[in-house]
Design a protein around this ligand. Structure first.
Ligand code: GTP
Ligand code: MG
Length: 197
């Protein structure tokens, strides 16, 4: 699976602003600064398709991207960034929730967690919540380049236990910096695409 084409469609806050087409949709969720926008740039092989920043809270809207003229990727604002005001966090939370609940074309949710840390209570809640709404979750451990080899398995185990994943559920290792894990992740996202419609 190779992404040959990618383009920005639109930004949205409310469901009325979402694109109308009934394309298969894949959304990326996770804590602020975990690397969602970077991952989208990496898998699409575009350096600036999505804005990335060292300052958490970069993505403030829901951004839709057309991929291979066939399906959409959706970049969501990150949650859990303490320096964003409470009211702003509530607004973003509502934006994310509205999207996840009101989007029948949403088929897969990619939950990004930082490979260096134990998933937060927000991460656990998000994982439970997506499953509650019957969506498939794929867990990705980001910034894997920051770990030493001997730390990787230990950290993946901690992530798996904290999110209460089944033993068989794979966690995808990913690094935007090293462009690591791209093929495996794309294969997992699109493996049953032909069976969807
Ligand atoms: P919000 O938009 O705030 O929700 O953040 P985000 O999840 O979209 O994160 P973003 O992609 O903007 O990346 C945040 C920071 O992490 C940036 O400084 C990136 O350069 C850095 N970063 C992202 N991915 C990686 C990675 O794989 N390795 C390393 N070392 N740094 C990364
Ligand atoms: Mg972002």
């Amino acid at each position: 699976m190779i992404i040959k084409q990618s383009e920005f469609i639109c930004s949205a806050v409310t469901p009325k602003q979402y694109p109308e087409e009934e394309r298969f949709e894949v959304a990326f969720v996770g804590r602020s600064n975990v690397g969602k926008s970077s991952l989208i740039n990496t898998v699409t092989n575009r350096r600036k398709l999505v804005k990335v920043s060292g300052t958490p809270g970069k993505t403030r809207l829901i951004n839709f991207f057309l991929i291979n003229n066939e399906y959409n990727f959706v970049d969501l604002p990150g949650y859990g960034y303490a320096k964003v005001s409470k009211s702003e966090q509530l607004k973003w939370g509502k934006m994310i929730e509205d999207y996840l609940v009101n989007r029948p074309q949403l088929r897969k949710v990619i939950l990004l967690v930082d490979s260096r840390h134990k998933p937060t209570a927000d991460d656990v809640m998000m994982n439970d919540w997506i499953k509650h709404y019957g969506k498939e979750v794929i867990v990705v451990a980001t910034k894997i380049d920051k770990l030493k080899r001997n730390e990787i398995n230990k950290n993946l185990k901690l992530i798996s236990e904290t999110l209460k994943l089944d033993k068989e559920t794979k966690i995808y290792q990913f690094s935007s910096l090293k462009k690591q894990g791209v093929e495996q992740l794309l294969e997992e996202i699109f493996k049953d695409y032909d069976l969807v419609e």
